[in-house]
Ligand binder design. Structure first.
Ligand code: SAH
Length: 252
């Protein structure tokens, strides 16, 4: 297999780490696998760990760890800061072979997006970091961190569309952000992807994205209303795709 991530553990078992922001996004596939929470694993950090071993139809087993950013003040911690903390803590404690950052995103009708369409993200960038300076500062602001080299091969094998994740700290879309998204080919607007990839790049861990569309940034609808209306449908679609992704990764 061309882009098999290097196993860090001694037994030949793929160690797959999911980083997910919201409980509602992860719950359908937590339920599907019957994954149990490892209570207080990251204490005192708010991140939550669910872990199990999966054996697929070919008899290949993987360790599956699903890490949620956790909660503060009664709501799920979305956004870059919480995703960075969760990713750093999870890599250091779990030593994954590969990270999958999975969740929902905004899409663009003009680029073929539809509600609950699920993409493999094979590139990422930030769209709300405006840092004046030369090209070096501009490059750092944009991010453009490396994504797992096997992303395209996986998308072809599973017949899933590819897209570039574009990350910022807000759910709404401001005209100055849209300009950066359009200039740089961003397609899947989220609040965590590039932050997860940033931490993964520091610790040399391959990362790939699985993102399901909850809202269309160019539909004219109010984003939060559209997001809330479609969250459950998009999360079901995410589960179906993640089952196939986990099966694919387990066979590498
Ligand atoms: N207040 C909301 C919070 C959701 S924030 C709630 O009660 O559910 C949106 C989450 O979904 C983030 O984790 C983000 O990654 C993703 N997301 C979905 N659509 C998005 C969009 N259009 N722009 C940015 N992030 C989006």
């Amino acid at each position: 297999m061309a882009h098999k991530p290097k196993h860090k553990n001694t037994h030949n078992k793929m160690n797959i780490l999911y980083i997910v922001a919201m409980q509602a996004e992860a719950q359908p596939f937590i339920d599907h696998y019957g994954v149990k929470e490892v209570v207080d694993f990251f204490s005192p950090l708010p991140c939550k760990l669910y872990q199990t071993t999966i054996t697929n139809a070919n008899g290949n087993s993987s360790q599956l760890s699903i890490v949620l950013n956790g909660q503060q003040h009664g709501s799920d911690l979305v956004g870059c800061e919480a995703a960075s903390v969760a990713t750093l803590a999870a890599i250091q404690r779990l030593h994954p072979d590969i990270i999958v950052n999975s969740g929902t995103c905004g899409g663009f009708q003009a680029k073929g997006a539809e509600i609950a369409k699920v993409y493999i993200g094979n590139a990422c960038m930030f769209h709300d970091r405006r840092v004046p300076g030369d090209d070096i500062w501009g490059t750092q602001a944009l991010g453009n961190y490396p994504v797992w080299k096997g992303a395209q091969e996986m998308s072809e094998s599973l017949n899933l569309p590819l897209g570039k994740v574009t990350t910022g700290s807000s759910l709404d879309l401001q005209p100055c952000d849209l300009e950066i998204i359009q200039e740089n080919g961003g397609e899947l607007k989220d609040m965590e992807g590039a932050a997860v990839a940033f931490v993964a790049s520091l610790l040399n861990t391959p990362v790939v994205f699985v993102k399901s569309v909850t809202d269309l940034c160019d539909s004219g609808a109010e984003t939060f209303e559209e997001f809330s209306r479609n969250l459950s449908k998009a999360s079901q679609a995410l589960k179906e795709t993640n089952i196939r992704v986990i099966d694919y990764l387990s066979n590498l």
